[in-house]
Design a binder for this molecule. Structure first.
Ligand code: ADP
Length: 821
């Protein structure tokens, strides 16, 4: 039973307190003044000396009824009024007698003490009253409480009995529930986890009596090393429940020691005593092996499915990419591609197909249907014979034939616009997974141009072959380095070797060049390389037996990379022999001609002299006749001079040919030779302007035939003056070039083509083009003579020219180096 510690104080209103003090003050004043008034009215003092005691009564009364404040206030007012009104002198506050004061103070103190005492008593009484009230109240409370407690006790007893019954029933139900539960229910007791309860689902193959009372370690040794007992220990020591979800464990289902993979959802719930101590563990476990395995299987299947889906998606993407790639390839191909279905109807054509067959973008699609297509394409073989519908390439392919390799076919057909085409056709059927033909691809190549070219080439080849095989002249395919790759019989015959000798790897055509002609051969090679052609030139070839065979040689480069040329040679032996005979005849004739010409000139000179010596004056007719005669004689003289020069040239050439051309070599100053020659020419052609440029050195020593060198320069100069416009300057230049002196004559005449530049050195060659015919009709021998003269001086001749740009003819003579250097 609880104690009431304190009674709550009664709260007073502030106003009530003020009123109470006011009332206390009024009563204190009234009481004191009443007693003073009675004493005064009835003059009781000093008759009754201790009359002031009466005040004590008032103070006492007030102390007991009204409290300390009223008692003290009435004592003070009694003291003051008594001293003022009753003790002499009256109505002053002065008291003369000590006894008076003592009496008054005694009164006051007594009054205050009495008041205090009375108040203390009153408070005690009040406290006692309050205590008593409280005690009574407490008593009432206790009594009431005891009654309630009793009732509660009774009720509790009733409840306990009901609860016991209920608990029993619940326990029975719980037991039943545990026994019937579809899960494994086990209660393990104590730190060793002894089996206290195990429903039939727990180890169904074992007898309950065999399990109950035994430790987990004994009953399920296989779980020890799988860490299950450690979990039980943990739950038992910490009191924290353990929930296992799809917990894998290997269990001995049949007690035969064979462990099987299994999964469990379980709860290890610690069981506590009423004091909260852990006394055991309730195990609720459901085997979910099948679900887990099924789920694993489903997950696996899902993964598999996902992988298959991805693979499928990838395959689809790849297929799309490949299709796009194929389409791009087809579109970029220059060959025409068509893809047809099994009936031969077009599924796809590339741009090349449409463009080759002149199909517009808006061409009626029905025209591409098999029958229509075959009609306007009008396939024919290369002989122009129509091809039957079965032989149409796409239909062949759709029958399963592969048109590839040697089975490709060449057919002629029409474009949609009717132009003829020759197509080279290949194709293959398209099979489905079951091997059925579901379509076909056919590729056309336009070979019209190629076949045409091929025919042309064959034609040209035939022409060339005929020419080569006719053996009119020698033909060889030669390589710059020396190999001969092809040669005809005539060539072999001219050079005296067998064909196999000429074609052997070790043979070089350089072996056919006689020692003296190597330089000219090298020059010819250069020309061939730079211009791609070697114009016909007379050469000598070295026969196998050592003879020099005169040949006319020409060539053309046909493979620049491999430096391969087609060389043609013509045996000139017979022509040369004939020419020689002709030269001998010419030489003889010129010689025979020169003698009469000299005497004719002598006679003309004489006739002119005589005409001068004629005695003058003469009759006008005679004078006129003589004049005419003189003119005629002078003309005749000029003609004879020209004739003489021509005969001279002829003789010169004859000597040249017959190798009777001899020089008389002496140390000479080339500067002097050039100066004198130019001066002579300037003298002969006074109206023309000849410019001479000499080197700083005044002496250019050469070993030369001064007359012949002068003749060579004269030849260049007369040609320049002859072919260049009369108002144009002709420049002669003498320069020093390393070890030789170079004399050149530049004119602004018609110029020469490359071919002409090569040929002007030949005897009797004259350029036929306008501007190249001199006024005096030369024989085309001058330059040949120059060349012979210069070459005899170990020098070289040449010309730089271009049509319309003038020509610079030059020759070089070796400078004689004096022994002193
Ligand atoms: P020709 O007696 O005919 O002048 P040449 O042997 O001196 O004989 O010259 C051969 C040919 O070369 C000439 O017929 C002429 O056509 C050409 N020729 C020679 N020199 C020149 C030149 N300076 N300008 C143009 N053509 C020239």
């Amino acid at each position: 039973m609880s104690t009431i510690e304190r009674v709550l104080p009664i709260t007073r209103n502030q106003m009530v307190r003020v009123l109470r003090y006011l009332l206390d003050s009024v009563l204190a004043c009234a009481g004191a003044l009443l007693v003073t008034g009675v004493i005064l009215v009835f003059h009781l003092y000093p008759g009754i000396p201790n009359i002031s005691i009466v005040y004590l009564l008032v103070v006492l009364a007030l102390a007991t009824t009204r409290g300390r404040y009223a008692a003290i206030l009435s004592a003070v007012i009694a003291f003051l009024t008594f001293a003022y009104f009753i003790v002499a002198p009256f109505k002053t506050s002065g008291i003369y007698l000590v006894e008076g004061w003592i009496a008054l103070f005694v009164l006051l103190i007594a009054a205050i003490l009495t008041g205090q005492l009375a108040v203390a008593l009153r408070e005690r009484a009040e406290q006692a009253n309050r205590r008593e009230r409280e005690t009574r109240q407490l008593y009432e409370v206790v009594r009431a409480t005891n009654r309630e407690a009793e009732q509660a006790h009774q009720q509790l007893l009733a409840y306990e009995q009901a609860a016991r019954a209920e608990a029993e029933a619940t326990r029975a139900r719980l037991y039943e529930f545990f026994m019937q539960a579809p899960a494994m229910m086990t209660i393990l007791r104590g730190p060793e986890h002894r089996f206290e309860f195990a429903n039939p689902r727990v180890l169904p193959h074992r007898d309950r009596a065999d399990i109950l009372g035994k430790t987990s370690r004994e009953v399920r040794p296989e779980l020890v090393e799988q860490g299950v007992l450690a979990i039980l220990d943990e739950v038992y020591t910490t009191g924290t429940p353990f929930v296992g979800t799809e917990f894998p464990a290997r269990v001995d289902r049949r007690g035969d020691g064979v462990l099987e993979e299994a999964y469990f959802n379980f709860v290890y719930q610690p069981l506590r005593t009423a004091q909260g101590l852990i006394e055991g563990i309730l195990v609720h476990s459901v085997e979910v092996t099948e679900q887990v395995l099924a789920r694993h299987r489903v997950e696996e299947l899902n993964l598999q499915l996902e992988a298959e889906k991805n693979a499928l998606r990838q395959a689809e993407q790849e297929a799309q990419a490949r299709t796009a790639e194929l389409e791009a390839i087809f579109e970029a191909m220059t060959e025409c591609v068509i893809v047809c279905d099994a009936r031969g109807e077009i599924r796809y054509t590339n741009a090349a197909y449409r463009s080759l067959l002149a199909l517009e973008a808006d061409t009626d699609p029905s025209l591409l249907q098999l029958n229509n297509r075959v009609t306007w394409l009008a396939f024919r073989d290369l002989g122009g014979r129509p091809v039957s519908k079965e032989q149409v390439p796409m239909l062949q392919v759709l029958r399963g034939e592969r048109l590839s390799g040697t089975h490709r076919i060449d057919l002629m057909c029409h474009t949609y616009k009717g132009e003829d085409l020759i197509l080279n056709i290949s194709g293959a059927p398209i099979h489905d997974a079951a091997g059925q033909i579901v379509g076909g691809v056919v590729v056309f190549r336009d070979v019209t141009e190629r076949l045409r070219l091929q025919q042309q080439v064959q034609y040209s080849e035939r022409k060339l072959r005929v020419l080569v095989e006719s053996n009119i002249f020698g033909v060889a395919v030669t390589e710059g380095a020396g190999r001969i790759y092809e040669v005809n019989d005539r060539y072999a015959q001219v050079v005296g070797y067998r064909k196999d000798e000429l074609l052997s790897e070790t043979f070089s055509w350089h072996q056919l060049v006689p020692p003296g002609s190597q330089e000219a051969q090298a020059h010819g090679e250069e020309t061939l390389l730079s211009t791609g052609a070697l114009p016909p030139l007379e050469r000598e070839s070295l026969h196998k037996d050592g003879r020099h065979v005169p040949i006319l040689m020409a060539g053309a480069l046909f493979d620049r990379e491999r430096d391969l040329a087609l060389t043609v040679i013509l045996d000139m032996s017979e022509q040369k022999a004939a020419e020689r005979r002709k030269q001998e005849f010419l030489s003889m004739v010129s010689h025979e001609l020169r003698t009469p010409l000299t005497s004719i000139m002598g006679y003309i000179d004489l006739a002119l002299l005589y005409s001068d010596l004629f005695p003058r004056p003469l009759s006008p007719e005679a004078e006129k006749l003589l004049g005419k005669m003189e003119t005629g004689l002078k003309r005749a003289m000029r003609q004879v001079e020209i004739e003489t020069r021509l005969v001279e040239e002829l003789l010169e050439v004859s000597r040249l040919e017959l190798h009777k051309f001899e020089l008389s070599l002496h140390p000479e100053n080339l500067v002097t030779i050039v100066q004198e020659t130019v001066a002579n020419q300037q003298q002969a052609a006074r109206t023309r302007q000849i410019e001479l440029v000499l080197p700083p050195d005044e002496l250019l020593p050469v070993i030369a035939d001064a007359g012949r060198i002068g003749q060579a320069l004269t030849n260049y100069l007369t040609n320049a003056l002859k072919y260049a416009p009369v108002d144009q300057v002709v420049s002669v230049r003498l320069e020093v070039e390393a070890s030789s002196a170079r004399v050149s004559v530049r004119d602004l005449g018609p110029g020469l083509t490359v071919d002409q530049q090569l040929r002007v050195w030949e005897r009797f060659y004259q350029v036929a083009a306008p501007g190249h015919q001199g006024p005096d009709g030369g024989l085309g021998l001058g330059l040949a003579i120059v060349k012979a003269i210069v070459e005899q001086h170990q020098g070289q001749v040449g010309v730089q020219s271009a049509p319309g740009r003038g020509s610079t003819f030059w020759f070089t003579v070796p400078i004689e180096v004096s022994p002193e250097g």
